[in-house]
Design a protein around this ligand. Sequence first.
Ligand code: S3P
Length: 174
Amino acid sequence: MSSSPHLILIGLMGSGKSSVGALCARQLKRVFIDTDETIVTNTKTSISELFDSGEESFRELERDAVAQACATITPAVIACGGGAVVDPMSRDLIQSSGTVAWLQADPEELERRIGDTTARPLLAGADPKQVLAKLALERDGLYEKAANFRVDTHGLTVTEVADAVIQEYTQCRA
Ligand code: S3P
């Protein structure tokens, strides 16, 4: 495990990284960084519009956002976009910059939590459950490899997931 104390959340869209991350940050009295928000702030462009220029260029912007977040001097809680692990450089940075929590849920629950898919270009115009199932097949191995621990979020509230994450994180750092 990395000696850097960031708590980094990974997992598919809808797994709760942003809401759980914000709550963990509040409980740990840390800064919360959401890499999607960093990308939007850096580019002054929405994620959907950025995807119009192709996924590859989005992953490059995401790599910069992950690097910016991981370079934060004080220990932070960082929520990464669901596809950050697909890029080898982002993945290496994530693994080497902190303790990594993988939030997991099945495609049905992810779809239910996401609701409106308009802000998620990979899901817009498709059957979200099918896309999420395909992404899980492609990415679960990457999430597993990058993570120090996994939290099965099925049926849990945001508060329950945050508590489980903090408990595991504390154990990892003991
Ligand atoms: C993506 C996940 C999104 C966002 C973009 C691509 C993905 O972030 O980065 O739409 O490839 O899974 P969230 O996981 O925060 O929704």
